[in-house]
Design a binder for this molecule. Structure first.
Ligand code: NAD
Length: 471
């Protein structure tokens, strides 16, 4: 998984490529590109065996052109300052692309979470939150973390609880973090939001005949052969929703191995097997591949890397056969591999757009926390009453009675989850067509990633220009 340039250099290279298509002043571009603030911390924790360990962690706020800043917290052995900066800058561009009014941030703790007990993870998470609070690197109007690789709703609940304890009765304190469990201020639909957003992005891309023809593919998701790398939050939900839409999941790769069945794997059955045995390897209805990286090189229509960065590099790009690479993870394709894939006509759905479903629904959760009311609570019953009256009026005019089930479905008011999923769909669909039209406007050779960055840079530039600092 090596790359000749660092992750943040890779993101900056994409930025520079896009910036060349804008007419913006050099200093303005420098301000947008630079990371504004970074907090590196070390703190000790007591392990269950009584020993003491020093933990290294970071939080980077890339851009405060909009507040709060927003971005996940990652627990991984490979976390380092460069990675956190790269991921924070991607968050800035991502928020701009999907028009979520936040600046970008990212946090990371350098641990392999599998080596720590639940008590140890809780103490690390609470201490990290306390460190952030001490330096004003967390708060509903300052910086709002979320789950990322190695973290989930449980960690977000610990963060919210710790922040509430130190924030002195701030009524909006639950808005200090998103991705929380629903009873602790979370929102329905957040857990699968990134995977669902990945699906909406793939669906939009596959719906355009002109683009599919160039790849030698038919339109639609149905029947497409999909390979998934990383069966965690994003990979599992993306696979599940793609399967529901009729795609065939032919291979799944995890850190400890990969499984393959050309007829299609059952996403739920593989998940249950993993819960039971702690591994996807050994799932009965599949062949085991020689290495987990071999899955990336399978002949397929859509490859969904949903684990970590730099998994498609100069070393293996020559063996990649997928026609579409859907970047569910952040930075899975290195810059040199990216150029070679584009030369070969592969369609790359870029991370800064494709995995923005998580931050979109995090935005909805934050709004819910600040408004202190569940979405749908005020209007659901009113809507149902109105729909029932319309249904009765139709029955009176047409002299036709709807069956009970039909009547119920026609008069259903929107629940919180319905509203979240529909807001997410609207966001992902609009953003896809926006970046595709920029790519068309800029002409031949301008790929979707460059177009997405142009979109982000131009939107962020307006914020600075309105301050009157830059021309
Ligand atoms: P996760 O921890 O839930 O899942 C990651 C999975 O990848 C795990 O099951 C892990 O075992 C597996 N994995 C690790 N190394 C692997 C390897 N070498 N080969 C195959 N599988 C491997 O993390 P996640 O939240 O699903 O995040 C995955 C990616 O998506 C990350 O790049 C993250 O930044 C990005 N992302 C996540 C969210 C979110 O809402 N969670 C939002 C946007 C982007």
């Amino acid at each position: 998984m090596s790359s000749t340039i660092s992750f943040s250099e890779q993101v900056n290279r994409n930025f520079d490529k896009a910036a060349a298509h804008t007419n913006l002043e050099r200093m303005l571009l420098t301000q947008i590109r630079n990371c504004n603030s970074i907090y590196r911390m070390s703190f000790p924790i007591k392990r269950d065996d009584g020993s003491i360990e020093v933990i290294n962690a970071w939080r980077c706020e890339h851009s405060q052109h909009k507040l709060p800043t927003k971005g996940g917290i990652r627990y991984s052995e490979s976390v380092n300052e460069d990675e956190v900066m790269a991921l924070a800058s991607l968050m800035t561009y991502k928020c701009a692309i999907v028009e979520v009014p936040f600046g970008g941030a990212k946090g990371g703790i350098k641990i392999d979470r599998r080596q720590y007990s639940e008590r140890e993870l809780e103490s690390i998470t609470r201490r990290y939150t306390f460190e952030l609070a001490k330096k004003n690197f967390i708060g509903p109007g300052v910086d709002v973390p979320a789950p990322d690789f190695g973290t989930g709703a449980r960690e977000m609940a610990w963060i919210a609880d710790t922040y509430q304890a130190v924030s002195g009765g701030n009524i909006d304190s639950l808005g200090c973090v998103t991705g929380k469990p629903v009873p602790q201020g979370g929102i329905r639909g957040r857990t699968d939001a990134t995977g669902r957003g990945v699906y909406f992005g793939i669906r939009e891309a596959c719906s355009i005949e002109e683009d599919m023809k160039k790849l030698g593919l038919s339109t639609g998701v149905e029947g497409k052969r999909v390979v998934i790398q990383g069966y965690g939050n994003v990979g599992f939900h993306a696979a599940k929703i793609l399967e529901e839409a009729g795609a065939r999941i032919i291979a799944i790769a995890e850190f400890d191995g990969a499984i393959f069945n050309p007829k299609g794997l059952s996403v739920q059955a593989v998940h249950e097997h993993r819960v039971e045995t702690a591994s996807i390897v050994g799932y009965p209805d599949a062949e085991i591949l020689a290495t987990n990286m071999a899955a990336l090189e399978l002949d397929c229509d859509i490859l969904v890397p949903a684990a970590l960065e730099n998994v498609i590099t100069a070393e293996n790009v020559g063996n990649i056969k997928a026609k579409i690479i859907a970047e569910a993870a952040n930075g899975p394709v290195s810059a040199d591999a990216n150029d070679r894939l584009l030369e070969r006509g592969v369609m790359i759905l870029p991370d800064a757009y494709l995995n923005a479903g998580g931050v979109t629904v995090s935005y909805f959760e934050w709004l819910k926390n600040l408004s202190h009311v569940r979405f749908g609570r005020m209007q659901k019953r009113f809507e149902e009453g109105a729909f029932r009256r319309i249904v009765s009026a139709i029955e009176n005019v047409t002299h036709r009675e709807f069956a009970d089930e039909e009547r119920q479905s026609l008069s259903r008011g929107a629940s919180e989850e319905d509203l979240v999923n529909s807001g997410l769909e609207e966001t992902m669909v609009l953003a896809y067509h926006q970046i595709r039209s920029i790519s068309k406007r800029l002409g031949k050779g301008v790929d979707l990633r460059t177009a997405a960055f142009v979109d982000a840079i131009e939107k962020i530039a307006v914020c600075y220009q309105e301050l009157g600092i830059f021309p």
